[in-house]
Design a protein around this ligand. Structure first.
Ligand code: SF4
Length: 316
């Protein structure tokens, strides 16, 4: 059988089938379409301004490693004029985060980017290993997720950056849309598809991989031989998201466009005015000043629960 030829350049042998479109491509054309789509997402949505200092949330995993690589590549290729930093959160998970942070330290050298690591222990006085000892394996990800969100903001404030980018990809966003529908979480459903989140009190965040498929990120990392860490967290029982993920993968195998279709459906949801008026108003936490819709932010409430030996009460 004659080798397949790349459908874009019509010259090179195709070495892969693009998951998003099913196109047979050569390696160089795959790199080009992959990077160009991310560049277009950045430019079409005005994610950055020239001179911005941008922190790349870096965990050492495939998404954030590819993000660091692509952000550096595009910044140089298109002369965005950004100053890039790596920002990592050390949750304090022995045998997992300590190893993945070694990858981030190597990425720092490979990409020649400054790196700041902030830890739960330093910010909250608790490591995730200690939290799991206290709360068990059922609600650990709630603590971890709330603390991480604030830790990234606090790290970004230390770096004095204008913007944070994270490696959330199209699959993550579609999963979140599904989960918010299943939970009936109207407020989050409206927010979760935004490529850029802007509030008065926090540093803007964006997701340049909003339209990038996870399978393509893995392919890109593989063909580019990027140095990333691929082990799952030891405390990863997030069963609900796991079901949404399996469901999404099943849909994708039948119809690859399902991922983008779900994101577009999420974008089309709009809150009626009478629902909007009943939504909690954002203000600032009385204790730490972080953005919150209650007197105390979720992070301070969870921390209170841990410090008082009653973490389940804090979970409500
Ligand atoms: Fe934290 Fe849960 Fe993710 Fe592990 S799986 S890093 S505990 S949120």
């Amino acid at each position: 059988m004659a080798p397949k030829i790349c459908v874009i350049c019509s010259a090179e042998r195709a070495v892969l089938k693009r998951p998003k479109t099913g196109q047979q491509l050569c390696r160089e054309c795959f790199y080009t379409v992959f990077e160009t789509e991310i560049h277009e997402a950045i430019v079409d949505n005005n994610l950055f301004a020239r001179g911005d200092k941008v922190a790349i949330g870096a965990s050492g995993g495939k998404d954030s490693t590819v993000l660091a690589h692509v952000m550096k590549t595009l910044n140089e290729r298109y002369d965005y004029g950004l100053e890039l930093f790596l920002l990592s959160v050390d949750e304090g998970i022995n045998g997992y985060r300590d190893d993945s942070l070694e990858t981030v330290k190597r990425n720092k050298e490979q990409y020649q980017l400054p790196l700041l690591i902030v830890s739960y222990e330093q910010l909250y006085g608790w490591t995730m290993d200690q939290i799991v000892e206290e709360v068990g394996l059922k609600n650990n990800c709630t603590f971890c997720g709330v603390f991480r969100r604030q830790a990234l903001d606090r790290g970004a404030a230390m770096l004095k950056v204008d913007h944070i980018v994270t490696g959330h990809n199209a699959d993550d966003i579609a999963e979140t849309v599904l989960m918010n529908i299943l939970r009936g979480d109207i407020a989050r459903l409206q927010r979760c598809t935004a490529i850029k989140t802007l509030t008065d009190d926090s540093i803007p965040r964006s997701k340049p991989f909003k339209y990038t498929y996870e399978k393509e990120i893995v392919m890109y990392a593989y063909y580019k031989k990027l140095d990333y860490f691929s082990t799952e967290c030891t405390y990863s029982p997030n069963a609900y998201r796991g079901y949404a993920r399996v469901f999404l993968k099943d849909l994708e195998s039948i119809r690859p466009s399902a991922i983008l279709d779900i994101i577009h459906s999420g974008e089309a949801f709009e809150l009626r005015e009478e629902v909007k008026s009943k939504m909690p108003v954002q203000s600032n936490c009385e204790r730490c000043g972080y953005i919150s819709s209650n007197k105390l932010c979720k992070s301070c409430m969870l921390l209170d629960g841990l410090n008082k030996g009653a973490p389940r009460i804090a979970l409500g």
